[in-house]
Ligand binder design. Structure first.
Ligand SMILES: [Zn+2]
Length: 204
């Protein structure tokens, strides 16, 4: 595992493979103005969070992933955040370890409400089918099925890029420790901007 801040070094590493797996921590969301995921699924916190996510656009890390995908170099994105900004950037098959705010679900009947409609139901969203209280489709820790998908993606990777500090959440650390592939750590300060700059250099 090596730390890299220099976009030329990162660009050279990306050139050596066509199977980059991006492990995105909270730092990538922070660059788009979205704070770290709150520990509890309280609507007083999640309501404003969902509004903020809905109102913002992809940040540099999300756009960098999209560019890698367009260049045919992206194997997968694994994100620890609950936002939908990689999806919004047009990245396909995002592995969201804890789920995302895209849906809110009714624990009583299973009905679900997409983010756009959910915002109209705040501050205490109720199920349109049974009147139960909805909750964001987000877990407090990584889901087993998503982790299995992430491990499979990591096993196919030619390069792992950890877009966060080395002391990123346990799930991302576990994934980056589970491979013999090169792991580059971008750090918590503007990792997406570093990656975007590196991707911009791939043609040169
Ligand atoms: Zn219901």
């Amino acid at each position: 595992m090596s730390h890299v801040r220099d976009e030329d070094v990162l660009a050279d590493a990306i050139r050596s493979t066509d199977r980059v797996v991006l492990l995105a921590g909270a730092a990538v969301a922070a660059e788009a103005g979205i704070p770290a995921r709150p520990p509890h699924l309280d609507w007083h916190v999640y309501g404003p969070r969902m509004r903020a996510i809905h109102a913002t656009g992809p940040g540099p890390g999300h756009l960098a992933a999209r560019h890698l995908q367009d260049l045919g170099l992206l194997e997968a994105v694994v994100t620890e955040s609950d936002d939908v900004l990689f999806d919004e950037a047009g990245v396909r098959g995002v592995i969201a370890l804890v789920g995302s705010v895209e849906l809110s679900i009714c624990p009583a009947c299973g009905y679900n409400e997409p983010l756009g409609c959910l915002l109209d139901l705040l501050p205490e969203p109720r199920c349109a089918a049974c009147g139960g209280t909805l909750r964001p489709d987000v877990s407090e820790s990584a889901r087993a099925e998503a982790l299995a998908h992430a491990h499979a993606a990591v096993s196919r990777a030619g390069l792992l890029v950890l877009a966060d500090a080395a002391d990123a959440p346990e799930s991302l650390r576990e994934l980056s420790a589970a491979t013999d592939t090169t792991v580059l750590v971008l750090g918590a300060e503007a990792p997406g901007a570093t990656l975007l700059a590196a991707v911009g250099r791939l043609g040169s």
